[in-house]
Design a protein around this ligand. Structure first.
Ligand SMILES: Cc1cc2nc3c(=O)[nH]c(=O)nc-3n(C[C@H](O)[C@H](O)[C@H](O)COP(=O)(O)OP(=O)(O)OC[C@H]3O[C@@H](n4cnc5c(N)ncnc54)[C@H](O)[C@@H]3O)c2cc1C
Length: 386
């Protein structure tokens, strides 16, 4: 049977949309099936810290200049609660103009969706994929649209749905950190321009990402505690935050609507579980946001897969040989990103005295040894493949 599409991308979130844009100037027939209705404003409250590497890739996709509301990060201050040891990274000592950028998830999604309207990719919104199988040289996708069932065939199905579609058939390896992230926007009396803070505490890491006149807060805590924090009135919330974070940005003044996300490491057992099918972004690996790796790595996945697709002969699309080459190209960066993030969460989310002293020594080394600083910063900015 002839497939109607060369590439069908399931999920037009930031990673799926980035792949679609990376393929737009090819002669390939590409479609994106996205469950959200067309032009629906995203309600997702999370902000994303983007690395310099992601900026370069988004510029190559032609959407960096279209992004609204981007705030730069030029300094990162890392500390741990109730212990000495801290590290400060400055853009200028690493010879880069910025260490990263902060922007709301919906702003990124809108810019990507806007660019997709003006390219030769078929985007089908309101299309919820219900089944994916592979058969004789292609993949078959069933989806629902406007209450009707539809089917399409493709040489390569890219699953970028965040991780639900194949989870029952191919259960992911899961590490439950027992933590949720409470996220919100806060203002304070003495904000420090373009400075992000990462503070490790026994109940989980807390991050303040500079955004507009205040900060995007990511405050992790055990699930039950996070639920209680959602219910606090604003003045108790601001007071507790001050107790937890300290005086570095003065008094906390206002807090916006709060939202909670459960956190864990979910890793698909195989990136390409069957021929003509590959998992991308969060569908392949969902990580704790502590190191801001999730989207940054998903974007590198998308870019890497696009190069693999563009280099492949038409008859090789979706074959095991092509997918093996993609897996091998991404292995080092993916493994390093997962290990780094998982290690940070486990090393820093406890208050054992010996571990605390070791952490303090590690932070001091990061602060004082330029080559360690450069190594860590380069990893954060560009991933393990450099
Ligand atoms: C609190 C928090 C903070 C974070 N902070 C950062 C950060 O600072 N930096 C960073 O790099 N990462 C961060 N992340 C991670 C980042 O949000 C994810 O890595 C990123 O959103 C993954 O994008 P994705 O496109 O793979 O999946 P998603 O964003 O989950 O998108 C999946 C898309 O697929 C669609 N879909 C789902 N099911 C179907 C279906 N059956 N059929 C069709 N479409 C479907 C959905 O509607 C959605 O549009 C954070 C995550 C959290 C929870």
């Amino acid at each position: 049977m002839n497939a109607e599409f060369d590439i069908a991308i399931i999920g037009g979130g930031p990673v799926g949309a980035a792949l679609a844009l990376a393929l737009r100037d090819s002669k390939l027939k590409v479609c994106v099936l996205e469950a959200r209705p067309a032009d629906s404003a995203s309600q997702d409250a999370r902000a994303l810290a983007l690395s310099c590497g992601s900026r370069l890739l988004l510029a190559r996709l032609g959407i960096w200049d279209a992004l609204q509301d981007v705030s730069p990060i030029r300094t990162i201050h890392i500390s741990q609660k109730q212990s000495f040891g801290r590290a400060v990274l400055h853009a200028e000592e690493l010879n880069v103009p910025e260490l990263g950028y902060v922007l709301p998830y919906p702003a990124l999604q809108d810019a990507l969706a806007g660019a997709m309207k003006h390219c030769n990719v078929s985007s089908v919104y309101g299309a919820s994929v219900t089944r994916l199988i592979n058969s004789d040289g292609h993949a078959t996708i069933d989806y629902q649209l406007d209450g009707a069932e539809h089917t399409l065939h493709t040489r390569l199905a890219v699953v970028a749905d965040g991780g639900k579609l194949l989870a029952q058939q191919y259960p992911p390896q899961v590490r439950d950190y027992g933590q949720s992230a409470l996220i919100t926007h806060i203002t304070c009396s003495a904000p420090r321009e373009s400075t992000a803070f990462e503070r490790f505490t026994a109940q989980g890491p807390l991050a303040l990402l500079p955004f507009k006149e205040g900060y995007e807060l990511v405050w992790t805590a055990p699930h039950q505690v996070a639920q209680e924090m959602l219910a606090w009135d604003d003045s108790k919330f601001l007071h507790e935050l001050h107790q937890h974070f300290g005086d570095r940005v003065g008094e906390f003044l206002t807090v916006a609507k709060r939202t909670c996300f459960p956190l864990g490491l979910r890793r698909a057992p195989q990136q390409s579980p069957m021929p003509h099918v590959v998992l991308l972004g969060n569908a392949a690996q969902t990580m704790h946001p502590v190191a801001g790796q999730g989207f940054n790595m998903g974007l590198r996945d998308a870019w890497g897969l696009a190069q693999e697709i563009l280099d492949a002969a038409p008859e090789a699309l979706g074959t095991e040989a092509m997918l093996a080459s993609y897996r091998s190209q991404r292995r080092t960066d993916r493994e390093a990103g997962i290990r780094f993030t998982d290690g940070l969460v486990r090393l820093f989310s406890n208050d054992l005295p010996l571990v605390s002293a070791g952490r303090a020594a590690a932070l001091t080394a990061l602060d004082c040894l330029p080559f360690v600083k450069k190594f860590v910063a380069k990893r954060m900015m560009f991933g393990a493949n450099g």
